[in-house]
Design a protein around this ligand. Structure first.
Ligand code: ARG
Length: 405
């Protein structure tokens, strides 16, 4: 039964129009809210404790609600908690369950909150957890790059411009470039993480609650860094913060995308500067000889998926007047999909870098003379030859060599 059914409806026979509208409005919520349920449960427990502290619930009522919520969480862990389409969403399913289980106390759980701040709180807690997993994965990539630099950083490698040999580079210069990039991404992600680390619980529908709620208490209980104070801003932050978070992750995935392109080239037969264990390669259904870099290609592709989720979040909220609108529900799927894809990608990228092997012999034989052409010109410059003249002398030497080949 929906929370807003007033008076509470008798069990109505299902009619096709109602069902279609329920399906349309609930969308993917019954599935997505199941994933959010542990966070909704956690926030509901903190809310019940806070209501008891400020005297809006008795200690017994709070204890009954917390036991009820623990029961829901246990059911969920066993995969037995369900959210029906007629319930609309997880918040409703939780309240209906508590009413069934805790009677009178269940009717009080929604005191001082709205589904608008409830969903925001659950999403922020969920995002915080995913963001710290993404942070750990990024740190894992950086650590793996640093290990590579320490072990084989001095190995020379051709540097490329326009996908043509240009100047000498090294494993250390290449891996260091990505280490620096990911360190910046980590910094950016830290800023986004700071934004979502603010507690919206207690902002109600978006205009505060005329009750003496202790928002500091739920902030501490839920482990948020601070209260997200202004209730209108709290609602307006839905989608905005999530977009910023996915932007930071999309930036990291853009770096993974380009690093994967480097690795596709550097592991290509004929290049062989790096190798990856066979388990990272896939075969062809028709060409028996093929070992394809599908993992690297998919690392590259994932950027586009997350960038699309980011774009959806970014555009979902523009033009909305302040406050809650059901449009905001559409940010949920993009956020959850984007976070999941980003996390999986970052973790796989860390595994790739950890398993990268440098083929020193292939690197050495790739360090052909033309890579030193610029250095040769500069040697003449150091002997007093003007740069453009030195450039022409070396260019002529290379032309001559090519003719002789
Ligand atoms: N499923 C809704 C969402 O994600 C929950 C909030 C519903 N609030 C409302 N006023 N209808 O936005």
């Amino acid at each position: 039964m929906k929370l807003w059914q007033n008076p509470p409806a008798a069990v109505a026979p299902p009619d096709p129009l109602t069902e279609r509208i329920e399906q349309f409005t609930a969308g993917a919520d019954p599935i997505l809210d199941l994933e959010l349920l542990p966070w909704d449960g956690l926030a509901s427990k903190a809310h019940a404790r806070m209501l008891a502290k400020v005297g809006l619930l008795s200690q017994e009522e709070a204890a009954a609600l917390i036991a009820g919520l623990d029961g829901i969480l246990a059911l969920h862990r066993r995969g037995e908690f369900t959210i029906s389409r007629a319930d609309e969403d997880g918040h409703t399913a939780i309240e209906n369950h508590l009413v069934q289980r805790c009677g009178e106390a269940g009717l009080k759980i929604h005191t001082g909150r709205s589904r608008n701040d409830q969903v925001l709180t659950a999403l922020r807690l969920y995002s915080k957890e995913r963001t710290s997993a993404c942070t750990a994965a990024l740190q894992g990539i950086i650590a793996a790059l640093e290990a590579l630099i320490a072990a084989q950083g001095a190995v020379l490698l051709p540097g490329y411009t326009h996908t043509r040999k240009a100047m000498p580079s090294s494993v250390g210069m290449w891996a260091g470039a990505w280490r620096d990039a990911f360190a910046e991404d980590l910094d950016l992600l830290g800023h986004a993480a700071g934004l979502i680390d603010q507690n919206p619980l207690g902002t109600g529908a978006g205009y505060g609650v005329p009750l003496p709620l202790d928002r500091e208490m739920t902030t501490a209980e839920l482990g948020f860094a601070r209260v997200l104070y202004n209730p209108i801003h709290a609602q307006n932050s839905r989608g905005k913060y999530e977009g910023i978070l996915l932007h930071a992750l999309a930036v990291a995935l853009a770096d993974i995308n380009r690093m994967a392109s480097d690795l596709i080239l550097f592991t290509m037969p004929g290049f062989d500067y790096f190798t990856l264990p066979g388990v990272f390669m896939t075969g062809s259904s028709i060409m028996p000889q093929k070992k394809n870099p599908d993992v690297l290609e998919l690392l590259r592709a994932r950027y586009h998926e997350v960038a699309a989720c980011e774009a959806q979040l970014r555009t979902a909220t523009v033009n909305l007047i302040s406050g809650y609108h059901r449009d905001l529900q559409s940010t949920k799927e993009a956020l959850m999909r984007g976070l999941g894809t980003a996390l999986e990608t970052l973790e796989m990228a860390a595994l790739v870098v950890q398993n990268l092997r440098v083929n020193e012999e292939a690197c050495r034989s790739a360090m052909t003379d033309e890579l030193y052409a610029t250095a040769d010109a500069y040697e003449l410059v150091q002997q007093g030859v003007p740069f453009r003249e030195a450039y022409r002398i070396i260019a002529a030497r290379f032309r001559q060599e090519q003719k002789n080949d």
